[in-house]
Design a protein around this ligand. Structure first.
Ligand code: AMP
Length: 426
């Protein structure tokens, strides 16, 4: 299928053409006609599938049709609510890119930065507003934004919104919207809570789903079994040894991201961490530097990386597997985006075997594994992982050589399933 078969305006097709897109992605092919017909949609699609254009293009098309030129007092006509600042900024960029030949104005509001410039922009008149919930409610409470004329409401990454505890904020925002509007809900996963939320405000929605395989088929996945204590060395080895230009590395915790960044830097690899404890300025700076190629490794936690749109990112490494299997899908969705190919590597130690099984169950397929020479997991390596396992205890109790307690790993460890399979295969 070609873009010009979707019924989008010439201005939008021109903008799409400028981007170099030749044909719509599956989610675009499915959602654009449905939105153009005026239906609410409930879409199962993750970042990386081209979902942003999937809702932005038809929405801009409909807004263009009913646009009346007004310089001041333009009511906000479309609201896109997203969980993170990064995602808000990226959607804002997409709206500007796809709408560059249209007379519509858009802006982005999120917390962590000054509110006054945002108020000024809103005063000058905005048609499309992309926002994170907290700042939006702040602005609404101060009566700096009027949402009573909203025609389109997009709830993006609804599952992550709920994970991040935004349910009450979403309900508060919904109360500020007029009854008559078109609603578009995007979520990578559909829990009972999402369905409940969707049932509460969507109007006979059309269900649009992109099969997980369609979304992730461009990504080659592999598991490298390795002892916990050797993960860092293996990562440095892979980065220094391979032809990788850049890599996005995931850790489970903010603390872990900081520590790994320092360690990589001490191995002579330029790296930066991006997570919720960093200021917005630091996050934006790290991301910009990574996008420009100034740093090779971006170490991120799940929440901070959510929705990151980095063109041509061929490698993603799971330094640690996520606790929630769905997060694995989000992580690997950072690579192999919209038609490109990518590779997702997971460094998996014995204690992560259960998490790996959960991920494979969710994806309904097993991930091939490969041992890396010199980094095969050995029970004795686990001894060295001890200081990390004791993280969080008071300083004086950490790795006390006189401690009568024998570390668990010293009692030996049965190799995980993954490790046994990889050994057999190698
Ligand atoms: P998204 O899932 O919206 O975050 O989009 C993922 C990436 O795909 C972005 O970098 C878009 O620029 C790109 N993209 C979106 N639509 C297309 C398309 N039809 N063809 C090629 N790339 C696209």
């Amino acid at each position: 299928m070609k873009f010009d078969q979707l019924g989008l305006s010439a201005e939008l097709l021109r903008a799409v053409n400028d981007q170099g897109y030749t044909s719509p992605t599956p989610v675009q092919e499915k959602s654009i006609p449905v939105v153009l017909e005026g239906h609410d949609i409930l879409a199962g699609a993750q970042t990386g599938t081209g979902k942003t254009a999937g809702f932005t293009l038809p929405m801009l098309h409909l807004m263009q049709k009913n646009h009346v030129e007004r310089h001041h007092q333009r009511p906000v006509r479309a609201l896109v609510l997203t969980p993170t600042r990064e995602l808000a900024a990226q959607i804002g960029e997409s709206v500007s890119t796809y709408g560059k030949y249209l007379p519509l104005r858009s802006t982005v509001v999120f917390g962590g930065v000054g509110i006054n410039p945002q108020i000024e922009k809103l005063k000058r008149g905005v048609d499309i507003l992309v926002a994170t919930p907290g700042r939006l409610l702040d602005l609404a409470n101060q009566r700096k934004v009027d949402l009573s004329k909203i025609e389109f409401f997009v709830l993006d990454e609804a599952d992550r919104m709920l994970d991040m505890g935004f349910i009450h904020d979403i309900r508060r925002v919904l109360k500020l919207l007029p009854r008559q509007r078109q609603n578009l809900l995007f979520s990578a996963t559909f829990s009972k809570e999402i369905k409940q939320l969707a049932g509460g405000f969507l109007n006979s929605p059309v269900f649009v789903e992109v099969a997980r395989n369609e979304a992730t088929h461009q990504v080659t996945q592999v598991v490298h079994p390795v002892s916990k204590s050797k993960k860092r060395a293996l990562l440095s080895h892979l980065i220094s040894d391979g032809e990788w230009q850049q890599v996005l590395v995931f850790t489970k915790t903010k603390h872990g991201a900081n520590r790994l960044t320092k360690q990589l830097e001490s191995d002579g690899i330029q790296a930066a961490a991006i997570h919720g404890n960093k200021s917005q300025t630091a996050r934006t700076k790290a991301l910009a530097s990574f996008k420009k190629g100034g740093i090779r490794v971006l170490v991120a936690t799940d929440i901070a990386a959510r929705g990151l749109d980095i063109d041509q990112l061929p490698h993603v490494v799971n330094f640690e597997l996520p606790h929630v299997a769905e997060d694995y899908i989000h992580r690997i969705g950072r690579t192999g985006r919209a038609g490109r190919t990518g590779k997702a590597l997971s460094l998996v130690c014995g204690e992560e075997d259960k998490l790996l099984r959960g991920i494979e169950r969710l994806m309904k397929k097993s991930i091939p594994s490969a041992l890396i020479a010199g980094f095969e997991p050995r029970p004795e390596d686990e001894l060295q992982a001890q200081p990390e396992q004791q993280r969080g205890r008071p300083e004086h109790r950490r790795h006390n050589p006189h401690s009568p307690r024998k570390p668990r790993s010293a009692r030996g460890r049965r190799p995980g399933r993954r490790e046994r399979e990889a050994r057999k295969a190698s």
